[in-house]
Design a protein around this ligand. Structure first.
Ligand SMILES: [Zn+2]
Length: 261
């Protein structure tokens, strides 16, 4: 009996490749281009970016539906770029905003209208939101709406350090990640290069990093130049859905290891 067990163990051990032969997975980077829906030319140029870049489309915008359809047709992933109230009042009221003083019913109706105006959306990330993402009650409503449309995930654009969106998403069981880097937070010379380098550094450190950019000419030029070199630089560019599922899997594994210890 003992001998038999030893033989089996030896066999299964031999069948496994030596640990040293398994290459480390490359650090993963996901890129989302936000705010699609107004300029057609800028949107179309963004859609030409190489690789599995993902696109967040604003609801109820003149070109949003057409760009979402075009993204889907070219095999790119589409997110609903959901306007959430920010702390700074807007000069021009944007369509589709979810606001602090809405009732639960108004919130649900506006979410539905937004979601229906962006075809092929497989996830949601927030546009603005520095006020609303601090409010656990409203974030719980948001996660309920997301869960109602089974299979969606959430990306916290993280427009304030006080955001509780990621925590509420995890509590609700919604697959979710948080943005690491805004590629173009200002138009100063050197910002794009510095932030892209920071994105790569975070990916190297943590195994994962997600960057958000906007369809500005300089941002697109930088990405057109940098993305084709990523693999050579030792990174894997992944779609946002793959990123979310792999990162969630890694978090679950880490939690299981912590529990076991
Ligand atoms: Zn935005």
């Amino acid at each position: 009996m003992t001998r038999w067990r030893v033989t089996l163990t030896a066999l299964s051990f031999m069948a496994l490749p030596a640990l040293a032969d398994v290459p480390d997975p490359l650090p993963q980077i996901a890129i989302i281009i936000d705010d699609l829906g107004y300029g057609l030319a800028a949107g179309e140029r963004a859609l030409e970016l190489p690789g599995p870049v993902s696109f967040a489309v604003l609801p109820a915008t003149p070109r949003g539906k057409a760009l979402a359809e075009k993204a889907y047709a070219s095999g790119k992933e589409v997110l609903l770029h959901l306007p959430l109230q920010s702390t700074t009042p807007q000069e021009i009221e944007e369509p589709g905003g979810l606001l602090l003083d809405m009732t639960r019913g108004q919130f649900a109706a506006m979410f539905a209208e937004n979601f229906n105006s962006v075809p092929y959306a497989i996830g949601v990330n927030n546009h603005r939101g520095s006020l609303l993402t601090r409010h656990p009650g409203h974030m719980a409503w948001l996660m309920e709406e997301i869960q109602l449309r089974g299979g969606l995930f959430f990306v916290d654009s993280y427009t304030t350090h006080e955001s509780v969106a990621l925590k509420v998403a995890h509590e609700a069981g919604v697959p979710a990640v948080k943005r690491d880097v805004f590629l173009d937070p200002d138009s100063a010379p050197g910002t794009l290069e510095r932030e892209f380098a920071r994105l790569k550094k975070l990916a190297r450190q943590n195994g994962f990093a997600v960057g958000i950019g906007h369809p500005f000419p300089d941002t697109l030029s930088m990405l057109e130049y940098e993305l084709p070199k990523l693999l050579e630089d030792g990174f894997e560019l992944v779609s946002i859905s793959k990123y979310v599922s792999q990162k969630s899997e890694m978090l679950t594994r880490t939690q299981e290891v912590e529990k076991a210890e």
